[in-house]
Design a protein around this ligand. Structure first.
Ligand SMILES: [Zn+2]
Ligand SMILES: [Zn+2]
Length: 267
């Protein structure tokens, strides 16, 4: 069985991109930061930018697409996104993108990339029109990227049931956000239903997913100002301990690096 692998290239409010290697296909979920940084990160994990077949964009926030315009002018990867996200990209980007095709995805409708690789999307509650998360399926296994969501909807819960691994958002520590430097309206937006998942909300979802058979987790999209690696990791693992769920016994959890690739999930 050939590999299915999820490798966060970088993750956090400063920029996001995740490489998924599925058999013969190489996929990026989001392309934040800049083209050079995406290429450097790809190089560090032994994948060439020329070999990227498709880029799936979750939503139209800069930390998910700053590298995209230049990347697809250099390398012929197709861009998959919802109609609202494509509309935003069309206004923002300098065309042409030779060799890159814009493909509109519909949440809930499966995309067949060929070579046995399929991708499913689901609406996410977030403050950008047409926001989605993605699940990549290959040879009976699946991996998911679940970031930028105010809360976990029933549809997301259903789509994530039984996936083998997930990059899941642990955006902020509640106390750091409350006592931190952000203006009140921004704090409310982050903590709101169309904002981000807190470490506590992430912990609850991780527990729910372990109950349903998922064992591999990478915590990602950490806020630079309202979270730390340690707080995210400790909040989630201490919550799981209360349910007698133990790291390396019942699950594996890592925290994604902000500026460089993280050891991925390979199944
Ligand atoms: Zn984001
Ligand atoms: Zn966002």
């Amino acid at each position: 069985m050939s590999a299915l692998e999820l490798v966060p290239l970088f993750s956090g409010s400063s920029g996001n991109s995740t490489l998924i290697r599925a058999g013969k296909k190489n996929i990026l979920i989001d392309a934040g930061r800049n083209c050079k940084q995406v290429c450097c990160a790809l190089d560090a994990v032994g994948t060439s930018p020329e070999s990227i077949d498709a880029i799936f964009i979750t939503h139209a926030h800069h930390d998910h697409l700053d590298a995209l315009d230049v990347f697809v002018r250099k390398y012929p990867a197709d861009i998959y996104a919802t109609a609202s996200t494509h509309k935003y990209l069309a206004k923002k980007f300098k065309k042409p993108h030779p060799g890159a095709e814009d493909i509109v995805i519909v949440p809930g409708r499966e995309i067949d990339l060929g070579d046995g690789v399929r991708v499913l999307s689901c609406d996410t509650p977030h403050d950008a029109a047409g926001s989605v998360c993605y699940k990549v399926m290959y040879e009976g296994r699946s991996l998911m990227v679940m970031t930028d969501l105010g809360y976990v909807t029933d549809d997301i819960r259903a789509m994530s049931e039984g996936v083998d691994g997930v990059l899941i958002e642990a955006n902020y520590d509640k106390m750091m956000l409350v006592y931190g430097p952000y203006p009140e309206d921004l704090k409310a937006r982050i903590a709101g239903d169309r904002g981000h998942l807190s470490n506590d909300a992430c912990a609850e979802m991780v527990r729910d997913m372990i109950d349903k058979g998922t064992t591999n987790f990478i915590l990602g999209h950490l806020s630079e100002n309202n979270n730390t690696h340690e707080k995210a990791y400790m909040t989630v693992t201490q919550y799981l301990e209360r349910y007698k769920l133990v790291q390396n016994v019942h699950y594996n959890i890592a925290v994604a690096n902000r500026y460089e690739p993280t050891k991925g999930i390979e199944i």
